[in-house]
Design a protein around this ligand. Structure first.
Ligand SMILES: C[S@@+](CC[C@H](N)C(=O)[O-])C[C@H]1O[C@@H](n2cnc3c(N)ncnc32)[C@H](O)[C@@H]1O
Length: 284
């Protein structure tokens, strides 16, 4: 593509990306060329006649080749926006999704003094809560050492390392939290073949799959979480909010009721899907 204008470079790659089955080839091509040229996407589009320098053309060509193999744009760029933060991401972590911001919004409504984020991945929820609730003590866990490395690097880069305690595992010993948030794996095995290659070939399976009906992770986590709340049941109420997949809210609400959560609410995402199940109560 040496000697091409921005417009020509974009048009050529959009055709190739479309042929490879990419959902939004123009947006992706603009993001990748913007990265290669060190320019904002809007400035790039406004200046379609500008020549693409040779080094940028080579970098763009390499990024398009990666995208043709259906590698997600976020892994190619190495970053993803979430709330007010830019998080570094790679194949050790799930790419944070916009609907997960609902859990952060819930924390902002409740204004807890302490939060536990279980299955933190890139650190998205924990770091956003720490960023937006400056007095909240935040702890985050993950069973994946690779994910924790990414979360630690994000915490450091964002200047939040002294605000978020990151621990390997699920529930910290002796922890007492006003609010527990979790976005654990919830994809049913039967849905796996129909997912986009960006997910099935690139994102960590252990961050996504949770048995035949997608509820295995919550079936073991919610009772454990109920037990973890017991020491504080006499003095305060417990609050747990988890992200779920389409059609899972009722079953997950039942799991919460079984361990003693009395009031169960759900929150819908922008597509109208019940995405968050929120339980409160005194767990006994
Ligand atoms: C769906 S990803 C969510 C990542 C991040 N919280 C987000 O919303 O972008 C699930 C994460 O939970 C972790 N995980 C799975 N089972 C776990 C468990 N029992 N305890 C703690 N973490 C777990 C996985 O390693 C993965 O990082």
């Amino acid at each position: 593509m040496t000697g091409s204008s921005v417009r020509e470079a974009l048009d050529a790659s959009v055709d190739a990306l479309r042929a490879a089955g990419v959902d939004d080839p123009r947006l992706d091509a603009e993001l990748l060329l913007g990265e290669a040229m060190g320019r904002e996407r809007s400035a790039l589009i406004a200046d379609g006649g500008a020549e693409v320098p040779a080094s940028a053309a080579r970098a763009f060509g390499e990024m398009v080749r990666r995208r043709l193999r259906r590698e997600p744009v976020a892994y190619i760029l190495g970053r993803k926006g979430f709330r007010n933060l830019e998080l570094m991401v790679d194949r050790r972590v799930l790419i944070p999704r916009p609907e997960t911001e609902l859990l952060v919004e819930l924390a902002l409504e409740l204004q807890p003094a302490s939060v536990l984020d279980v299955g933190t991945g890139s650190g998205a929820i924990a770091l956003a809560v720490a960023d937006e609730l400056p007095t909240c003590a935040v702890t985050a866990t993950d069973t994946s050492p690779g994910a924790l490395e990414v979360a630690r690097a994000n915490a450091k880069r964002l200047g939040l390392a002294d605000r978020v305690r990151l621990l390997e595992g699920t529930l910290p010993e002796g922890g007492e939290f006003d609010l527990v948030l979790a976005n654990l794996p919830y994809v049913p095995e039967r849905d796996w073949p129909a997912l986009q290659p960006e997910v099935t070939q690139w994102e960590p399976r252990e961050a996504l799959l949770a048995g035949p009906d997608g509820l295995d992770a919550y079936r073991s986590f919610i009772p454990d979480c109920g037990r973890a709340f017991r020491p504080i049941a006499a003095t305060t109420s417990a609050a747990l909010a988890v992200e779920v997949g389409e059609g899972q809210a009722e079953a997950v609400g039942m799991l919460m009721r079984e361990v003693g959560f009395e009031r169960i609410e759900t929150r819908r995402d922008l597509a109208g899907i019940e995405r968050v199940v929120f339980g409160t109560g005194t767990v006994v």
